[in-house]
Design a protein around this ligand. Structure first.
Ligand SMILES: [Zn+2]
Length: 441
């Protein structure tokens, strides 16, 4: 059988792996490239396979860098079925429709709303964790809890007498709204994400304390706290943490704006799956306490409501996009970056080439919506809220799979290199594939 690395090879985004067995051809993810212009250019490159010959599309989770090119795949002839977990299907609906609307506003759109609807029609086989699906003669797939975001899975594939494990994105441990990642079965081949392959995250409680301190100090000085946040999972976690801090009287009473229509839609999905949360959060929701709807929290759906936030002082603003590549957060950054009393708090990964990364790396001036904006606000990175496993978790997880061969994907070069060195020191055969490389398994 053959495996082709159609994306997330030597970079974090664009996850897409093409597996050809004797009778069945399948894709694991079909994600969009995001970040640097030369990466985004890859979104228009031909796929290294014919979409019409792909029988199955396995979607590990709802992030755009894992499913954002599915409408293009369908537009270019994919006739097979998409498989994912039940929550991932709901998330895909929101994410693909939003992506398609953004595409339609751009020159050289990758796809249209119509294409996204066709894509959603194809994603029709819904599974639960632990369920096994027959994909063809001797080819089976099983989804397991990846602990990354709601519905996220890693996938075990049995084919030609071998076990392959695709990690998808693996979660951090001790997160409030997702369980810890499950361990993989013993595998022959492991395709492993490496986002934080070179880092160790601080414990979540340290990060919550850091966030609390930044909020208290910023509000004391009359500044605003701007939290660029991914619509999925991170936003809901931040709301959960703010709710807890407020209930425990650890932060002052202040307005909290959720200024992202996409995040609001995502939060509505989370409200349907509170029974899947870890016990403490599940209990809280059962008591009818609602961290997604409490008195400090205001959802700003319209543009007018969003603009009015500029009149406020001493508030918390959660807005997307998470890497500041677009969306309403740009307006809040333009207003708050020049203010020394305000704080910008990054709670998620900032890819190379994004505005978020530039701010985080200390750029003194950045260009936002056509104007040059000086950076005088406090800039914070709170790492323990990450949705990704760190090096220790990744290595521990790989040891459980104990594979003959490891392919490292979904990482920037230094992270891939550091993780490869660690895994090799445990005696594993590790390869970092190039974009479009094909290997025989
Ligand atoms: Zn992800």
């Amino acid at each position: 059988m053959r495996l082709t690395f159609a994306g997330a090879a030597g970079t974090v985004t664009g996850s897409c792996f093409f597996l050809e067995t004797k009778g069945t051809k399948l894709l694991v993810d079909c994600g969009m490239f995001q970040g640097l212009p030369e990466l985004e250019a890859k979104n228009t490159e031909p796929f290294p396979f014919d979409p019409a010959e792909v029988d199955w599309l396995i979607i590990t989770h709802g992030h755009l860098d894992h499913l954002g090119l599915v409408p293009r795949l369908v537009r270019e002839g994919f006739q097979g079925r998409g498989i994912c977990t039940v929550p991932t299907r709901d998330i895909a609906q929101v994410m693909l429709m939003d992506a398609a609307r953004i595409q339609e506003e751009e020159d050289g759109a990758l796809y249209t709303v119509e294409d996204a609807l066709d894509a959603l029609d194809r994603i029709s086989l819904l599974v639960e964790y632990g369920e096994e699906v027959e994909l063809g003669k001797g080819v089976k797939a099983k989804f397991h809890d990846a602990g990354h975001i709601l519905g996220a899975a890693f996938v075990e594939i049995q084919a030609e007498g071998k076990t392959l494990v695709f990690s998808g994105d693996l979660g951090n441990r001790g997160k409030p709204l997702v369980e810890d990642p499950s361990y993989p079965p013993k595998a022959d081949v492991l395709v492993l994400e490496s986002t934080y392959g070179d880092r160790t995250h601080p414990p979540l409680e340290d990060s919550v304390e850091e966030l609390r301190r930044v909020i208290v100090e910023t509000l004391e000085h009359g500044g605003n706290v701007v939290i660029p946040s991914f619509a999925l999972e991170r936003t809901q976690e931040v709301l959960y943490i703010l709710f807890r801090l407020w209930k425990e009287r650890k932060i002052p009473r202040t307005k909290i704006f959720l200024d992202s229509p996409l995040a609001v839609q995502a939060t509505r999905i989370f409200e349907r799956y509170t029974e899947r949360f870890p016990e403490p959060a599940r209990k809280l929701f059962r008591k009818k306490e609602d961290p997604f709807d409490f008195e400090l929290l205001e959802y700003t759906l319209t543009k007018a409501a969003s603009k009015k936030i500029a009149e406020e002082e001493g508030v918390i603003i959660i807005a997307g996009s998470g890497m500041c590549t677009g969306g309403r957060v740009l307006y809040h950054l333009r207003a708050n970056l020049p203010r020394p009393e305000s704080s910008i708090v990054f709670v998620g990964y900032q890819a190379e080439g994004t505005l978020g990364r530039a701010i985080l790396e200390g750029a003194p001036v950045v260009e936002i919506l056509g104007s040059m904006v000086p950076v005088r606000a406090g800039i914070w990175r709170i790492e323990g809220l990450s949705a990704h496993a760190d090096q220790g978790i990744l290595v521990d997880w790989a040891l459980h799979a104990d594979p003959r061969q490891i392919f490292l994907v979904h990482g920037e070069p230094h992270a891939l290199g550091a993780l490869a060195t660690r895994l090799a020191s445990h005696g594993y055969s590790v390869h970092i594939p190039a974009w479009h490389e094909t290997v025989e398994l």
